[in-house]
Design a protein around this ligand. Structure first.
Ligand SMILES: [Zn+2]
Length: 163
């Protein structure tokens, strides 16, 4: 997981894009919110890999099509799709077995989890720096929107907009 690194920039940019920051966070975390539970519930589907079908180009295309076809399209739909796509960029899907996942099913079955170097890869500058930057983005968003006020925060969580 890379929660603040994914959600932080999306939340901070949502206002400028005219999108709901709650949905921006949801879309930015979307591939992990789909694939990580699937890897636990149905490990054979993705060979136990926590990056699976939701981390593919196919999923991004299907999601984009669904957003275009939706009768009740959310505000900033293109931005929300961009949050999903940015997740794949921030996951650096071009590294290791990432291309095999990203281009699934064109390159065969989803590869198994890469166990070797897993911990080291999550303690590198990209991962930890991304989390710190994401936390900073969330903090700036909370401060700019004056969400340390419980009433404003509750309104944002309920409606997607601070009063
Ligand atoms: Zn991911």
């Amino acid at each position: 997981m890379f929660p603040f690194g994914h959600a932080g920039p999306a939340i901070a940019a949502a206002r400028r894009a005219g999108a709901d920051p709650r949905l921006a966070a949801l879309f930015a975390l979307g591939p992990d919110l789909v694939d990580k539970p699937l890897s636990v519930l149905i490990p054979a589907l993705a060979s136990g890999n926590t990056r699976g079908v939701a981390h593919t180009a196919l999923a991004a295309v299907v999601l984009g099509g669904a957003l275009v076809a939706a009768r009740r399209r959310p505000r900033g739909a293109a931005f929300l799709w961009g949050c999903w796509a940015a997740h794949l960029l921030l996951d650096r899907m071009w590294l290791g077995r990432g291309p095999d996942i990203f281009f699934w099913p064109l390159r065969g079955a989803l590869p198994p989890m890469e166990r070797e170097g897993f911990i080291e890869s999550h303690l590198d500058f990209w991962y930890l720096g991304g989390e710190a930057a994401g936390l900073l983005f969330v903090g700036i968003f909370l401060w700019r929107e004056r969400l340390f006020d419980r009433v404003r925060l509750a309104a944002l969580l309920r409606t997607g907009r601070a009063p």
